[in-house]
Write a protein that binds this ligand. Sequence first.
Ligand SMILES: *[C@@H]1O[C@H](CO)[C@@H](O)[C@H](O)[C@H]1NC(C)=O
Ligand SMILES: *[C@@H]1O[C@H](CO)[C@@H](O)[C@H](O)[C@H]1NC(C)=O
Length: 629
Amino acid sequence: MAVMAMAAVRCRLLLLSILIIYTITPSLSVGDDMLLLDFKESLKNSSALDSTWIKGTNPCDSKKPWVGVECNAGKGSFVINLYLHNLGLSGDINIDSLADLHGLRVISFENNKFSGPLPYFNRLTALKSLYLSGNEFSGEIPSDYFAKMGHLKKIELARNKFSGTIPDSLGKLDFLMTLKLEKNDFSGPVPSIAQNSLKEINLSFNKLQGEIPQTMSRFGTNPFEGNPDLCGPIVSKECKPQATTDESQASSGTKWVILTVVVAVLLVTILFKAKHKDDDFDIRGKENLDEVVQVHKRGGSNRRMLSSSRKGSSNSMHSSSRRGGSQHGKSVGDLVVINEEKGIFGLPDLMKAAAEVLGNGGIGSAYKAAMANGVSVVVKRLRDMNKLSKDAFDIEVRRLGRIRHQNILSPLAYHFRKEEKLLVSEYIPKGSLLFLLHGDRGIHHAELNWPTRLKIVKGVARGMGFLHTEFASYELPHGNLKSSNILLSSNYEPLLMDYALYPLISNTQSVQALFAYKSPEAILYQKLSPKSDVYCLGIVILETITGKFPSQYLNNQKGGTDVVQWIRQAISEKRVSELIDPEIASASKSSLGQMEKLLHIGAACTESKYDKRIEMKEAIRSIEETQEV
Ligand SMILES: *[C@@H]1O[C@H](CO)[C@@H](O)[C@H](O)[C@H]1NC(C)=O
Ligand SMILES: *[C@@H]1O[C@H](CO)[C@@H](O)[C@H](O)[C@H]1NC(C)=O
């Protein structure tokens, strides 16, 4: 039944998306030539392209094709492959332009001089081949990086300087045939990457450690050579026995180790797809915690640990309910419920729930759990929140739990242990503004018409106004406003989350994960003030009205659009209206003036000199004055 219902919903969604694509496609067509030239502009040493990549000529002209560009045959042709190897290219890779090349399926930038972290090629979800071997890319690749790139057949990242663990999402690509990661600095365990489609894999000459998953035995030893710390039958090397767990100690501590393992396993095994989709209709990510652990952890002892810990957890639930919970709130199995609006639940309920990963980044990773009582929650693991003692933490978080405002998401419960802190909030079905704006191109974007976007901006402003009153004494009343932390209710009412956490965070590095640290005064003078929140609000406004992904959200500012610089320049050249997202500009022509007004407010909020930047109150007043028409 459920499956049928889901299928029906999917059909409806499919129909809807087809309709939407039909209606919006014409307004989206910017020429491939302009996109390629845009792309070229951010490259360095691209002179090799100069003789053929000429403005006004057709990149697909079969008589004089542009170097490295391949198009589909026939009329109305468009770019499908980009082969730019051995050209000494470096500089920025303009993902925005590439993402707008809707026909692009193959990217090959092998043997150039590109460096820095892997750019957001994962926004190009239709890509079939990605060849980047022989460059100087470095840094970690997020474990879910490939989660939405389900069409990939070939991935070649060999001979770079990538580090960290090999992304688990690679193991979920159903069509993957070739995976070449040799000669990098990957470390940690080898995830199971053994889908039937996979024909060729090379992980040699990295720094991988631990037992090679048995699932990968068919590839032999060759793909693993040059990793002296790998072990297991595949490389005929015994693994050192792991420290055994004494089952009698399977106490609540173990239980948390298990949940940590589960969350970690989930993070790296389940596709990073929930935020922008109607996950209720999505079966792929829904795995029972039990199954996840059993599938992904080898050896019987782990399974026993889990069942014993489950017993332990239900015991602790009973004992704690006998104790009647903690003094101030209902504590069920180590979970302190601070806001009972969604009922009382405990750790065992979370453990039993089907869970899926929502995302990982900023101040911690998050996953979603749908519990038996019908409530879906988001569980956020907070990294480095050790500044406060348990009592002080309790006071702070309870204060958040008491907040009632239409545009604020108040947490429901928390868990506090020295080595683990969780914050549980209600799950909001539409997901974040970030994913509605930049996620599945087309579908959600089209729902975001001008009245909706104005409603969102106004709601965000009201939420900020509330926080700036409620936490007026804080240096950063919000501290982490960005589109991924703005959730949208079913009628597009925005709800702010991850606010007012600054006093809880100890580790200076984690503090810097807060987006307010991207404000110019924080970068230049390590100065923070409530005006840093104004800056963040400005970015959200610019992002919402232009529809562009702000480069400010990226650590290296590679990719995305520097919306602050862009608006500044547009204002000086008196062409602000050109920045408005074409989708709302064309549909609501009579409101163009109001959209421009909002862009000007965004510009005033992102003024780089913080003493000249407008105050939050003033920003809110101007936003409230903006009219739909
Ligand atoms: C620039 O590109 C040329 C090939 O077009 C290459 O030979 C040269 O090494 C490159 N220069 C740098 C500094 O990368
Ligand atoms: C993997 O890469 C290494 C280093 O380039 C090479 O020597 C080896 O033959 C490759 N193995 C496979 C199976 O392609």
